[in-house]
Design a binder for this molecule. Structure first.
Ligand SMILES: [Zn+2]
Length: 265
């Protein structure tokens, strides 16, 4: 279950369970209407849904387990990108409250899935893209979300970076602390924590890499986390004793660069 804190959880029937293939980022849409689309998205006849909807006043509804199940928002792009519908019409800009709310969604996606803080006009690159760029394969909605809203994506990303500045995005992790935790937590029993806050930062990044189940993102560098870290090391090209699941400076620094944390001694 991957639900955003602060969003109103309103699950709908129009989702593909466990359909997500990659977590490349977020697609901006315009509703071209007003009022919650919940009823429409919960109606099998509509064949439509999205991960999120943002009301003009910034209220957020979430309709599916983002990053696991996919919504029916952008055709062939559904298994690769999450989606946000925004109340209003293509000829009006996002309100300030909507920019703020979408920035919070993006900042959350950055922390949980590693969505890069980047605007892309693309169906393959990782970042914040838009519906129309997908052409026919993405359902042929060239006017979604319209030039005005499309041009507000840099403001959303800039605000997301600010939001993250005080949180995970600006976190720093001590290599010595994380190594200490990886050596002590597994032997100390289930849920033992040594350097909880820093281990959580690393575990969230492993989760975003698809290597660690959410249940084990608990601040304890236990055997599951060691196994996940070893898989990361192999992904980075290490083998043998260099892929033993105990973080090294190079692998941890590389993970931090991808997920917005700094590594200190
Ligand atoms: Zn759209």
């Amino acid at each position: 279950m991957v639900r955003m804190p602060g969003a109103q959880w309103r699950p709908v029937v129009n989702v593909h369970p466990d359909g997500v293939r990659e977590r490349r980022g977020l697609v901006l849409h315009v509703q071209d209407d007003t009022g919650s689309p919940y009823g429409w998205f919960d109606n099998p006849a509509s064949q439509a849904s999205s991960d999120f909807w943002v009301r003009r006043d910034g209220h957020v509804e979430q309709y599916c387990d983002t990053g696991t199940d996919y919504a029916w928002a952008q055709g062939a792009g559904n298994p690769y990108y999450a989606s946000v519908e925004t109340e209003g019409h293509p000829d009006t800009a996002l309100t300030a409250a909507q920019v703020e709310a979408v920035a919070h969604i993006y900042a959350w996606g950055h922390s949980v899935f590693g969505w890069p803080l980047a605007v892309v006009d693309s169906t393959t690159e990782h970042g914040f893209t838009y519906h129309g760029v997908g052409g026919r394969a993405w359902g042929n909605h060239p006017g979604c979300p319209g030039a005005l809203r499309r041009a507000q994506r840099p403001a959303v990303i800039a605000r997301a970076a600010e939001i993250l500045g005080g949180g995970a995005g600006g976190a720093s992790v001590s290599l010595a602390h994380v190594v200490d935790a990886a050596r002590r937590d597994p032997a100390a029993g289930q849920g033992h924590t040594t350097h909880r806050a820093e281990v959580l930062v690393v575990e969230r990044a492993l989760r975003a890499e698809g290597l660690l189940a959410a249940a084990w993102v608990d601040g304890s560098f236990g055997t599951r986390t060691v196994t996940a870290y070893a898989a990361l090391q192999r992904r980075y090209g290490y083998s043998g004793a260099a892929a033993d699941g105990i973080p090294g400076r190079d692998s941890l620094t590389r993970l931090g660069r991808a997920h917005g944390f700094e590594v200190t001694a």
